[in-house]
Structures are given as structure tokens and as C-alpha cells.
Design a protein around this ligand. Structure first.
Ligand SMILES: Cc1cc2nc3c(=O)[nH]c(=O)nc-3n(C[C@H](O)[C@H](O)[C@H](O)COP(=O)(O)OP(=O)(O)OC[C@H]3O[C@@H](n4cnc5c(N)ncnc54)[C@H](O)[C@@H]3O)c2cc1C
Length: 416
């Protein structure tokens, strides 16, 4: 694999950029692999990367029905943070945030991780109590988090209307300085390149159409390119998790919903952090290109179409204009949707199933991008050892039998 560097860029420039290597191969499927990962989004690719990198398991295929990163990974608004309420989720997301901090160097690929801070606004007394509680919990878990007042907010975000006479006045916020944003597709491509260079086969345009099992053990997957065998299969297909589980005769406590985002025309730098409000129900950041990146809450109906409804967009833009009246004249450029896999307790499932060798990594809902490296890291361990990584243990599907749910609705909400 060619090592990327500033020097290499100059060298290629002198050769008119004609000799760049392909970033990954396009192999024919083998008859059998040690591990199959279904889903070539960020989580699936990270799983394959860490299987090869950390566990030396390289006879691995990632099977993707479309193109790498074409699902939620490249449709999300890229917010990365770890300020979750409960110990179990704080451990998972903080594990991920620590991996983010070294990811560009680790992958030798610039994922443009920008730790510009994330603030979650409070507009009512109850919001502020919840914020205080979550900040305290975060600090007990060693996560950087503080409560800031409207004056501090105004200093960080001068464009926001923090005046007391707004309909929903800003009373304060939680603030995580190490949080931020990253370049979504670069994350998928970086993991793909790293996995491919270690021998992982990335099979695009290959849809899994069935899961073959015998005597309670998985044997492999049926695809539109024929049967591919493996004794370990990890399904990482986000909004399609229910469909994949159905192929194995299983039911997951997951609902698939459209989730939308939109970006404006590029404007001059005006916002150098991420602002979220669960109460007025919207969030916003500014990309390096200058677009305002705006995210909505989920559309309430279930569906698999990667598009959403107009009322949800309208509602979101009302929220943004409430916070930033001056943005009312900015024109919106593009809008799109993804299909998110939501769990009743707003937490993921990282779990074995009743079928030996078949595992699921799903339920990340509106907030899994931030978990991409951490999820891949612990899921690879889980697949390699055939049992849950200690960080993944509380996220077993068994929690829906035992009742040991981890309710993260407060930390998830509209706030991705
Ligand atoms: C609009 C929007 C905004 C978001 N904002 C944020 C945010 O700011 N921060 C955050 O942390 N999270 C955010 N998220 C959530 C985040 O995008 C997801 O949780 C995360 O990207 C999921 O990654 P993944 O790899 O599991 O899924 P995906 O990237 O969706 O990958 C799953 C892959 O599986 C493939 N697949 C499905 N079925 C099959 C099959 N039968 N055979 C083969 N392949 C199959 C799909 O084609 C897809 O490529 C947002 C999501 C959306 C839609």
C-alpha cells in the first residue's frame, strides 16, 4: 500500500497525478472466508480493519449491496461526542472518541477530525437540571464536560440569539470541548483502504439475500453472486438489520425510520463549533466548505426509502431560525435522508444471536457515526473471540429479556 504524505503529493504532482494506485482492489468472491461482515458502511469496514489489524484475521469479506459508505455513513451530519449519561454508553462512546483522536495517523488517511466542541442547549429549568445531571455523570466517568451560561455561549457563538426575550430563551448548555466533526466518507475510505491492504476482500454490488444455517450454526450467506461460506457472520447493516435478522428467522427490537439532513449554500465562516438543541429540535454546524450542515429529528413513520418528509424539514428550519435569526436568508442547497435503526432504549445492539456464529451490530439509530471506530474495534474483538468484548457486554440483545435497558433518550434525542 502506498503511504500518503506531503512529499508523495508533490511527487505525484510532478507526474501530473497519473500514477496514483487504486485505493482498494475489486476482487471476485472466494467460496469461503473465516469471517463475513455484511454491510460496507463505516462500522462494517472498521470491524474488518480491526479484525485484520488487531487479531490477524485476514481471510475476511465485507459484503456490500451498494457502494462502500453509501448508507448512513455518508449521509450523516458527522457529529462526534461521548457525553452520554450512563456508564455503559459513556464507556463505549469515550472508547470511540479516544480512537478518533489518533485515527488519521492510524489509518494514514486524513479523516479531517476537527475537535471544535459540541454544545447542547438548555431552554427550560428542567433542561438545565438534565444538563447538570449529565455533566456530573460525564465528569465522574472522566469525560470532559462542563455547564456553560448564556454569556459564555455568546462568546463561543456570537451569531446565536441568546437574548432573554426569545420564545425559548437559551438558559445554558453542556459543553464538550473534545467533541467535534469529521469527514464522513473519508472514514469509510480510510478503513476500507486499511482493511484491503491487509488482505480483506471488499465485495461491492453484492447483496446478501439469505443466511444459511444448519443445526443452529451459521454456514454462510446467499448473495446475488452465489453462496459464500463462513462460520462467523457479523451483520452491520443499520436500517436493514430487521431485514437481515428476518433472513435468519430472528426478530430484533429495532424500528427503521428515515432521518434527514440538509446543507445550505456555502457562506463565510460564521460558526466554528456544533450547536444542538433537543428542545427546539435542531442542530447545526458549518462545514469546511462553508455550508451550514443542519440535522433533523427522525420522521415518525417507519420506512426504507432514503428520503424524508417536508414537515420535518420545515420544523427543523424553524428551530434553526429560532436560534439564529440571521440564517433566515441563507438558501438551502441539498437535502437527503438515511434509514436509521432505532432501539427502544436508544442504545445499540452488539450481540451474539441464538444461531452460533451469527452476530449483529446495529441499533445505532441517529447517533452511530461517532461510534464508528469504537464499534468496529469492540465488534472485531467479539467476532474474533466468539463472545462479547467487555465494553459490548451490556449491549447484548439479552437486555430486552432481562430488563437491563440503558435508557439514553436524553443523550440521543435529536442530538446525534
Ligand atoms: C441524516 C443523518 C444524520 C446523522 N447524523 C449523525 C451524527 O451527526 N452523528 C452520529 O454519530 N451519527 C449520525 N447519524 C447516524 C449514523 O449515520 C449511523 O448510525 C452510522 O453511520 C451507521 O453506520 P453503519 O456502518 O452501521 O451503517 P451504514 O453506513 O448505513 O452501512 C450499512 C450498509 O449495509 C448495506 N446493506 C444493507 N443491507 C444489505 C444486504 N442485504 N447485503 C449487503 N449489504 C447490505 C447498506 O447498503 C449500507 O452500505 C446520522 C444518520 C443520518 C441518516
Amino acid at each position: 500500500m502506498e503511504r500518503y504524505s506531503g512529499f508523495g503529493l508533490v511527487k505525484h504532482g510532478l507526474r501530473y497525478h497519473e500514477n496514483w494506485q487504486r485505493v482498494w482492489r475489486n476482487p471476485e468472491p472466494k467460496k469461503e472466508y473465516d469471517v463475513i461482515v455484511v454491510g460496507g458502511g463505516g462500522h462494517g469496514l472498521a470491524t474488518a480493519y480491526y479484525l485484520a489489524r488487531e487479531h490477524g484475521i485476514t481471510n475476511v469479506a465485507v459484503i456490500e449491496k451498494g457502494w462502500l459508505g453509501g448508507g448512513n455513513t455518508a449521509r450523516n451530519t458527522t457529529i462526534v461526542r461521548s457525553n452520554y449519561l450512563w456508564d455503559e454508553s459513556a464507556a463505549l462512546y469515550e472508547h470511540s472518541l479516544k480512537l478518533w483522536e489518533g485515527l488519521s495517523q492510524e489509518l494514514n488517511y486524513n479523516v479531517m477530525f476537527s475537535q471544535r466542541g459540541v454544545m447542547n442547549l438548555g431552554h427550560t429549568l428542567q433542561d438545565m437540571r438534565d444538563i447538570q445531571r449529565r455533566v456530573n455523570a460525564n465528569r465522574l466517568n472522566g469525560i470532559d464536560s462542563e455547564v456553560i451560561d448564556p454569556q459564555q455561549i455568546k462568546e463561543i457563538v456570537p451569531a446565536m440569539d441568546c437574548s432573554a426575550n426569545r420564545r425559548y430563551p437559551v438558559l445554558g448548555a453542556s459543553w464538550q470541548p473534545r467533541a467535534g466533526v469529521a469527514r464522513h466518507d473519508a472514514v469509510a475510505w480510510g478503513f476500507a483502504r486499511g482493511a484491503d491492504s491487509r488482505g480483506v476482500d471488499l465485495l461491492q454490488q453484492t447483496a446478501v439475500t439469505g443466511i444459511r444455517e444448519k443445526d443452529g450454526k451459521v454456514l454462510g450467506v446467499e448473495t446475488n453472486r452465489g453462496f459464500i461460506g463462513a462460520r462467523t457472520v457479523g451483520c452491520v447493516v443499520a436500517g436493514n438489520s430487521g431485514v437481515l435478522a428476518g433472513m435468519a428467522g430472528l426478530k430484533l427490537p429495532i424500528e427503521s425510520h428515515p432521518l434527514q439532513a440538509l446543507v445550505s449554500e456555502p457562506i463565510k465562516p460564521v460558526l466554528d463549533t456544533v450547536v444542538m438543541s433537543n428542545h427546539v429540535h435542531g442542530y447545526i454546524s458549518q462545514s469546511d466548505k462553508g455550508d451550514l450542515v443542519i440535522g433533523a429529528g427522525i420522521d415518525s413513520y417507519n420506512g426504507y426509502g432514503q428520503r424524508g418528509s417536508y414537515p420535518t424539514i420545515e420544523h427543523t428550519l424553524q428551530a434553526i431560525v429560532e436560534l439564529f435569526p440571521s440564517f433566515s436568508r441563507v438558501r438551502m442547497n441539498r437535502q437527503w435522508g438515511g434509514i436509521v435503526d432505532t432501539c427502544p432504549d436508544a442504545c445499540p445492539i452488539l450481540s451474539a444471536t441464538p444461531i452460533e456464529g451469527l452476530f449483529f451490530n446495529c441499533g445505532w439509530g441517529t447517533g452511530g457515526f461517532k461510534a464508528t471506530p469504537g464499534s468496529g474495534h469492540v465488534f472485531a474483538w467479539t467476532l474474533a473471540h466468539g463472545k462479547a468484548h467487555p465494553i459490548a457486554e451490556p449491549f447484548s440483545i439479552d437486555r430486552f429479556n432481562t430488563g437491563a435497558l440503558i435508557d439514553e433518550h436524553g443523550a440521543a434525542g435529536v442530538a446525534h
